[in-house]
Ligand binder design. Structure first.
Ligand SMILES: Cc1cc2nc3c(=O)[nH]c(=O)nc-3n(C[C@H](O)[C@H](O)[C@H](O)COP(=O)(O)OP(=O)(O)OC[C@H]3O[C@@H](n4cnc5c(N)ncnc54)[C@H](O)[C@@H]3O)c2cc1C
Length: 330
């Protein structure tokens, strides 16, 4: 098995490795893409971004939520972060994943949790809450919950994945909702999603243009793809679009020079800032998305010594996974 997408997806899904990683704190170089394990270190990282004219959307990392207790714990962590953002005065809002606050446990319970988060965020300066989209089933459930909440709350938004055929209709449906546009991070079948990079990129550009021409709320273009960013910039200029309602987003620790360059050009820029002890699955999924990130990240920000630790870490993780698989097959 090489350093492929499936390899890292498998690692990200390994609960034993996930649990082990929590005990070790940020390791394998994850501190470059995860802002901190607790609220104070994350607020500190956001201040550094704010000083460069960059805002943040903060994600409380969490994996494998199977009980109401775990979901309530995650919800309380999110509430605490909302309060910390508000009290510290940093320029930031939050991104949440509904599976983390009970979507798989009980949909109604999850809906109530989102409401509580939105009420708290509203009380904290009407802070925006973005509901991230996940695999197709959970994305459809997320949209259903959005449909119930968008009349009551103006501080809620979601994410449109350009690989889905239905994305065009979703963009029309949510013209007055704040949206983040992404290519899409999960493995979906050809019945519902474009498969090739070319088709996904083409649809992504089409959706960006469609959204920017018709949006009545903020649009976040979330990609590390410089060609698509350049295309969006040209489109914004050609159509003289209001930059107040448009921002670019990238993940914390990725292409930081480009992030700063775009912010310095006068565009709004927001960085997705993950934090928490549950960093391992997130880190492995970033490598799954783009195994070259291992080199790209290491080339751009890691020292040779840390490079070796990442490679060794991935190797150890692979070894543990293979041992576990061998044991299970016995
Ligand atoms: C802020 C943010 C939020 C997201 N939220 C969601 C979500 O809620 N739901 C969801 O499904 N997905 C989400 N995603 C993930 C998204 O769907 C993609 O899987 C992910 O962003 C990778 O695609 P890309 O657009 O960055 O470009 P890619 O197709 O990965 O890359 C395109 C090109 O960009 C360049 N490039 C990419 N990365 C780098 C790098 N690190 N260094 C140098 N060059 C690089 C390369 O030339 C590459 O060929 C989010 C992504 C971001 C940035």
């Amino acid at each position: 098995m090489g350093l492929t997408r499936d390899f890292f997806i498998k690692l990200s899904e390994n609960q034993a490795l996930n649990a082990a990683a929590k005990r070790y704190g940020l390791a394998l170089g994850a501190n470059k893409v995860v802002a901190g394990v607790d609220i104070p270190s994350t607020i500190k990282a956001i201040r550094v971004l704010n000083a460069k004219g960059i805002t943040a959307t903060v994600d409380n990392l969490g994996e494998f939520v199977f009980s109401k207790e775990e979901a309530t714990k995650a919800k309380n962590e999110i509430l605490a972060m909302i309060e910390a953002i508000h009290e510290s005065g940093v320029k930031a809002h939050m991104s949440i994943k509904l599976t983390q606050i009970g979507l798989d446990v009980d949909e109604e319970f999850c809906y109530e949790n989102v409401r509580e988060i939105l009420l708290k965020a509203h009380a904290c300066g009407n802070m925006h809450i973005n509901m991230d989209t996940e695999d197709y089933k959970h994305t459809m459930q997320t949209f259903a919950i959005l449909d119930r909440l968008k009349g009551e709350f103006k501080n809620v938004g979601t994410v449109i994945q350009a690989y889905l055929y239905r994305a065009t209709e979703d963009i029309d449906q949510y013209q007055d909702v704040r949206l983040r546009l992404v290519k899409g991070a999960y493995k979906e079948p050809a019945e519902i999603a474009y498969q090739s990079k070319e088709d996904i990129d083409e649809n992504y550009i089409k959706l960006i243009e469609q959204r920017l021409l018709n949006a009545k709320a903020m649009t976040s273009i979330a990609t590390h793809d410089h060609d698509i960013i350049d295309h969006a910039k040209r489109f914004i200029a050609q159509h003289n679009l209001n930059k107040e309602l448009i921002e670019f987003q990238m993940l914390y620790g990725f292409r930081t020079e480009l992030q700063e360059q775009i912010a310095n050009e006068g565009y709004q820029f927001c960085v997705y800032v993950p934090f928490g002890q549950d960093w391992y699955g997130y880190f492995m999924r970033r490598l799954a998305e783009r195994p070259q990130n291992l080199q790209l990240v290491t080339k751009s920000i890691f020292t040779p010594a840390v490079n070796k630790r990442i490679a060794a870490g991935a190797g150890i993780a692979a070894a543990i996974t293979l041992i576990a698989a061998a044991k299970n097959s016995k």
